[in-house]
Write a protein that binds this ligand. Structure first.
Ligand SMILES: Cc1cc2nc3c(=O)[nH]c(=O)nc-3n(C[C@H](O)[C@H](O)[C@H](O)COP(=O)(O)O)c2cc1C
Length: 211
């Protein structure tokens, strides 16, 4: 048997290395608790914001900590790939994303996609999304644009290995009345989306293999 120094055999050294690695992994263990709801519409009477707020209420009702970040209230600069990363609101959003157990994105459908504001927010916060569980809620003008979340979903999956909850909320104008949800089915779907997001996020974040 060839010694690797300190009188250790290769097998013994491998065991020690593995133990040291496990220790360093366990000291880096992070427990996420807060759920982040990102409302992307800049419209003053936004319908997707109503979906965002419904998900906030549902998270609170099941006793989960939640932060609502509304891009209409806290504006972000346009991503220039340079100095915009230093903006205080960008840094704040990045830290919220990093510390979130999961992110629930509520966006309008614009031109068969999410709106530019949420795409801009992802460009600005980039790697903070790595490995996050993400779910999506869209408000749209018509039924035909129901695949509009896929561009953002693909980008988050392929760029940042996000886990996209395979259940979207897609609501058109009839689902809303004034500033509230007026559709029991959409209301029920928001509750199911929250339940599945929480379930997936809890399972994923407890798994050491993803740390
Ligand atoms: C610039 C623009 C583009 C839009 N494109 C689409 C579209 O491609 N498909 C669709 O169903 N609705 C489209 N709409 C309608 C919006 O999705 C709808 O008004 C939605 O309620 C907006 O969300 P918000 O109320 O949260 O701002 C568009 C609206 C605007 C202003």
């Amino acid at each position: 048997m060839i010694s690797q120094g300190h009188g250790r055999t290769p097998a013994r050294q491998a065991t020690l290395n593995l133990r040291a690695f496990s220790l360093s992994v366990s000291t880096k263990k992070v427990y996420f608790r807060m759920f982040l709801v990102l409302s992307a519409s800049l419209h003053p009477d936004s319908r997707s914001r109503i979906l965002a707020k419904a998900s906030v209420e549902e998270l609170q009702s099941i006793g989960r900590e939640v932060t609502l970040f509304d891009l209409a209230v806290t504006p972000l600069p346009a991503c220039d790939g340079a100095i915009a990363y230093g903006d205080e609101n960008v840094k704040h959003l990045s830290s919220l994303i990093e510390s979130a157990e999961a992110i629930l994105v509520a966006s309008p459908v614009y031109n068969y996609d999410v709106n530019a504001a949420v795409k801009n927010a992802v460009e600005l916060t980039g790697r903070a999304w790595t490995g996050k569980v993400v779910s999506m809620m869209l408000s749209a003008g018509g039924q035909g644009s129901y695949m509009s979340a896929m561009g953002l979903a693909n980008s988050l999956m392929l760029d940042f290995r996000c886990l996209i909850v395979p259940r979207f909320i897609y609501a058109t104008g009839e689902a809303f009345e004034g500033d509230s949800l007026a559709d029991d089915d959409i209301d029920a779907r928001v509750k199911v989306l929250v339940k599945e997001t929480v379930g997936l996020a809890d399972a994923v974040n407890k798994s050491e293999s993803r740390l």
